[in-house]
Write a protein that binds this ligand. Structure first.
Ligand SMILES: Nc1nc2c(ncn2[C@@H]2O[C@H](COP(=O)(O)OP(=O)(O)OP(=O)(O)O)[C@@H](O)[C@H]2O)c(=O)[nH]1
Ligand SMILES: [Mg+2]
Length: 286
């Protein structure tokens, strides 16, 4: 099965448009805050952001770190820190890491702040563009940071449609942007991983097929992830047999008593997205 990975591609017209808007807005900002998903740090980094950001100061936020493994979060932090890239792990729904984010943003813009000061420009706010793939938590982060519900959020990709400036205080202004992917995922694994976490429109995905790949991948490092959650025995079973066992256990059956694999696939992926399979990092740092 691992040979036949689905070729998932999603680059709708609104993203091409959003990319053009971001290119324009980039001229206005001092800092690019790139939010990635801590469970798939590699695949959730849009290579187009590097092109768009050019030489701008950068900060990486490993979001949804409540859903990934603590040890892996620490390794990813070490990975970026070793390259001198500012990085903070967070759960954007809370404000617990906000001081760290402010400190990291200030540090990333230190040269600019000093340059301004030399020119006599004092207390000009840092303007930061918040970028990232769909559904990664950009708007949630902005709401927590500003302590207001100013940006619309939702657990599906494509909630934010346009850009919006939000003033945090007299030191910082943030620009919320729509989730951005790139025109082609060269490696099919990238498309799959993005689909696991809900960054691809579910309507274009064969969820049963995706779920089988998901199960195969998770079992490598977490052989009892499904046994625990669904009270089944996975040992020796192939992914589709595991889905059938879960269907029987959870009474996900169609008329005639056949397993409803579509419902099971939705359940498993929803459980993973919501953290109910446990803290699982799909991509680990080297
Ligand atoms: N567990 C967890 N959930 C989060 C976190 N951050 C955001 N979420 C949830 O993820 C979903 C997507 O959040 P949004 O803030 O709408 O994501 P976005 O990046 O703005 O998405 P688009 O506007 O569609 O690109 C929502 O259901 C949030 O509650 C986090 O750190 N941990
Ligand atoms: Mg949004």
């Amino acid at each position: 099965m691992s040979e036949n990975k689905p070729n998932i591609q999603w680059y709708p017209g609104h993203m091409a448009k959003a990319r053009r808007t971001m290119q324009e807005d980039m001229k206005l900002v001092d800092l690019v805050i790139e939010i990635v998903d801590a469970r798939i740090v590699r695949s959730s980094r849009n290579p187009d952001i590097d092109k768009l950001a050019g030489q701008k100061s950068r900060l990486i936020l490993l979001n949804k770190s409540d859903l990934s493994e603590d040890a892996e979060n620490a390794r990813w932090i070490a990975h970026f820190s070793a390259q001198n890239i500012g990085v903070v792990a967070l759960d954007a729904r809370t404000r617990t890491q906000m001081k760290k984010v402010v400190a990291a943003a200030t540090e990333a813009c230190r040269e600019k702040i000093e340059r301004d000061r030399r020119r006599g420009i004092l207390n000009r706010p840092i303007r930061a563009m918040v970028v990232g793939i769909p559904n990664v938590g950009k708007s949630t982060f902005i709401n927590s940071f500003s302590n207001k519900s100013v940006a619309k959020t939702g657990n599906k990709p494509g909630v934010t449609k346009g850009t919006q400036w939000i003033r945090i205080d007299n030191k910082l202004e943030l620009l919320d942007t729509p989730g951005l992917l790139w025109p082609k995922f060269e490696d099919p694994v990238v498309g799959m991983h993005l689909a696991y976490i809900g960054s691809i429109n579910d309507d274009i995905i064969n969820k049963e097929e995706l779920c089988m790949h998901f199960i195969e991948e998770i079992l490598v490092r977490f052989p009892d992830a499904f046994d625990k959650r669904y009270e089944i025995q996975c040992e020796g079973k192939k992914p589709h047999e595991i889905m059938e066992a879960i269907a029987v256990k959870k009474a996900c059956l169609v008329k005639g008593g056949e397993p409803d694999l579509s419902r099971v696939a939705n359940m498993i992926l929803d459980d993973y997205r919501g953290g109910r399979l446990g803290k699982i990092s799909i991509e680990v740092a080297e």
